[in-house]
Each structure stands twice: as structure tokens, then as C-alpha cells.
Design a protein around this ligand. Sequence first.
Ligand SMILES: [Mg+2]
Length: 122
Amino acid sequence: MPKLESILIIDDDVSLTRILREELNSVGYDVEVINNGTEALDRLQKEFYDLILLDIKMPEINGFDILKELKGKNYPGKIIVMTAYADVENTLLAKKLGADDFLPKPYDLDELLITIQKVLHS
Ligand SMILES: [Mg+2]
């Protein structure tokens, strides 16, 4: 059996990540969740994921700082930023910092799955 594509969800919203993990698991992705930005950066030193779903607003380290850090280290995986603050400014900043795509929260599952497919296979 081929290896499943791996996704790391980085988001401080515990109930959202619980549901999202289930949803992505059920369509065949290998999903892990980290609810804390500092811990996420730690994990990403050691582990590679095909795709990261990254929240912006988190305590300690926000998503933009994580994005900067990963891009500074040429992290080879894809990154989709997800935020409830999906205004033009945040969208542009995410793109400028090198995010592969950007989605608003609450997310539409079909749209999310299409975006994940697109980003993973482009
Ligand atoms: Mg958050």
C-alpha cells in the first residue's frame, strides 16, 4: 500500500482540530494535530509533513511567525493558512510570506479538500 499523505494541523482551537482531524482521516490522510505553536516548531525540526494547515491567531507564537521561520529554513512541505481573520491584509501577508494557499474559518469542507488536493499536487 502506498504511504498516505501526511498533514499536520497547527491550531490552538482544540474542538476544531478534533473535528478536522476526523474529517481528513476519513478521506485517507495521515493526520496529526498540535495545539501549540512552540511545540509545532519543535516537532517540525524532526518531522516532515507533506502539508501543514496553519492557524494564524495562537498564543505564544502566531502563525505568521511560524510561517516565517519555516520559510527561512526552506521547509519543503506545503503550507495552507487558515484563519477567522481572513481579510485582504492577512491574505496578502500570508502569500507574501510564502503560504501556498489561504482559507477562511469557519471552513467549508469541500473547499478545504479541493484546496488540499490542489496544493499537494501542484
Ligand atoms: Mg487560533
